[in-house]
Design a protein around this ligand. Structure first.
Ligand code: G3P
Length: 220
């Protein structure tokens, strides 16, 4: 039993009405298991999804700004007001500067939002852990969207990231992601010491996303 965060990215299947249908299918699976299952839809869908769902909704990104003259930006206060649980920060597809990550993690702590800082290797995982976020999520970029699970292809990166992060900040939770789609990928991640997984295409792009998630969490 662990944590499963599903990133909808900017996939067509995960946006708007398609996204809401997908989110409801995910919610119906979440109701049947003890695993913590949450989603990260596009910023445009955050408010609607948070209103309509019982599962936690995360943002895919926030900007390191306060309220003010920042055209097109989304800040931590905005997502808090929408009832959003937290956010991915520094995703591989939306990298940030170290000072910005620090700014956001600190602000999340003050606002009681959950911070999930994405990293790409053991060294950056240790560096991110020094900022004391709630989670780090290690995702080797070359495996993202590849269908090759990080927990099987690069088990040492998961194991060493867990160790590095917990050495720096023992309370931190560690996710791994990239290519995760099957129950054995998830179970292997947990066996390697991770608290859960961060995934996208394995569920969002699946022919039958509900069946794919049920298989992932061991219901099939
Ligand atoms: O945020 C999760 C993501 O980057 C991993 O993508 O498609 O390999 O599960 P995917």
């Amino acid at each position: 039993m662990g944590v499963v965060i599903i990133n909808f990215k900017a996939y067509k299947e995960g946006f708007g009405l398609n996204g809401l249908k997908l989110a409801k299918a995910i919610e119906s699976v979440a109701d049947k298991v003890d695993d913590y299952i949450a989603i990260a839809p596009t910023s445009l869908d955050l408010q609607k999804f948070a209103n309509e769902l019982s599962i936690d909704v995360y943002s895919q990104h926030v900007d390191a700004v306060d309220f003010g003259s920042h055209t097109g930006r989304i800040n931590a206060e905005m997502i808090k007001e929408m009832g959003i649980k937290g956010s991915l920060i520094n995703h591989s597809e939306r990298r940030l500067r170290l000072a910005d990550i620090d700014f956001i993690v600190e602000k999340f702590r003050d606002l009681d939002l959950i911070s999930i800082v994405c990293t790409n290797n053991v060294a950056t995982t240790a560096a991110a852990a020094a900022l004391q976020p709630d989670y780090v999520a290690i995702e080797p970029p070359e495996l993202i969207g590849s269908g090759i699970p990080v927990s099987k292809a690069e088990p040492e990166i998961v194991e060493n990231s867990v160790k590095a992060a917990k050495d720096v900040y023992p309370e931190i939770k560690v996710l791994c992601g990239a290519g995760i789609s099957k129950n054995e990928d998830y179970v292997t991640a947990l066996d390697l010491g991770a608290d859960g997984v961060l995934l996208a295409s394995g569920v969002v792009k699946a022919k039958d996303p509900k069946a794919a998630l049920e298989e992932l969490v061991g219901l099939r």
